[in-house]
Design a protein around this ligand. Sequence first.
Ligand code: HEM
Length: 458
Amino acid sequence: MAPPTPASSSTLPPGPSYPAWWQLVRFAGDPLVLLDECHRRYGDKFTLRIAGNGRFVMLSNPQVVREVFQGDPDVLHSGEANSLFTATVGRHSVLVLDGAPHMRQRRVLVPPLKGERMRLFFDAMRLETLETVRAWPIGTPFPTLPSMRRVTLRVILRSGLGLATGPELDRFERKMETFLSNGRQRYALVLMTIVPIERLTGSRWVPLFRQLRDLDDDLFAFIAARRKGQHTVAGPNVLDDLLGAQHEDGTPLGDREVRDALITILIAGHETTALALSWALADIAQHPEVVNRLGEELAQVTGGGPPSAEHLPALEYLDGAIRESLRLHPVAPFVVRKTMQPFSVDDREYPAGVVLCPCSYLVHQREELYPAPGRFRPERFLERKFGPHEWFPFGGGNRICLGMPFALYEMKVLIATLLSQVRPTRPAGACSHARRYGIVLGPDDGGRIIVQPLRSHD
Ligand code: HEM
């Protein structure tokens, strides 16, 4: 396909007129303040000009979002807009592909991350959570984010690679954590814009790529050993699914494809879920009436015992609390679709080369959908159902997050297990604001809570 021609600014919705570099700094530093400010001033569609990144049209009318999600994937490319990540996730990653190659990689990754298959990861999730909660201080405020990172990383490593607890899991955990910590700086986006990442790819002078190469060496050795059946597998895992999968023409996945798929789920599935969990725990702890109701629901469903996989579907109020926290605090406040050809929506033709951004953060604040939108009210999700263009913390359409069932399940297992052990509250005066951790958002105080023990079942 021919490269998109640059968009003519006169055809785009209005937006801030100050310099693009300052829009980049604000967008990187405090994106929600910028989004709120522009929404107040310009309404449901506005254009940000982000230096080095292009024109981003933020869309917050649910009907328009629906049309974008249903738009032709050959016209609206997400992989193209995500190309920044190719240096780390690789060129076969579902994140950076479009069209038929994208659908091919998606088909391979969907089965292991949903339905019955995913429920086999319950034990790993529960045991890692119990291990973590045992180490929490009693009666003293602490941020949950570091421990949520640890649990979600270990869970995704166990589910992804089929590792048992032990030195090998610990080694992968250390290497992943070292590698990922590079990308968590608040102004990572500014750095990536000033120093184009593709120019540095593979450089051993850049810690990120040195660590990635080290991790890759281990991953390729691991894949080779698994192909030869030289490795003991601790449980069901995504790697075995990938090694057993075939493309439609019957060819198996090559080592590079397997590596790119694995690194994608390890990266995409870990920090996002950890941040969402620390928001959810902070939101729950902030509301004693919610903690009480969750406690009552747990006791009623489990009969006072530890929650098991069979109990989870009946924990409906907990499900509402998780969805409500993701509504208030989407870790990715918008998603990206780059127009490859002119695209018409909302009585306007957008030229090629513009990034259309369905903005969950702004849609989730709409009074007509969510009365008193600033309030944390899990009941909303019991009172009515929201459409995929009204609640979309996981994006939508043909690019909807592949890990959504996995993440919602994991959040439920972790929070139910935690609440069966401790009662959380918030420290007096605690108030978390969103801040950037790399490209995603999380609580600036790491989601500080205080816990008191309930009883131990294990
Ligand atoms: C609370 C946790 C998570 C949140 C909030 C989240 C959010 C998102 C969002 C907003 C997108 C972009 C969707 C779009 O463009 O429409 C996405 C894509 C993706 N996510 Fe997640 N995610 C989470 C957890 C996970 C997990 C656990 C995995 C894997 C195990 C995962 C794997 C992916 C992949 C592979 C994609 C790319 C899909 C594609 O381009 O076709 N995510 N996620």
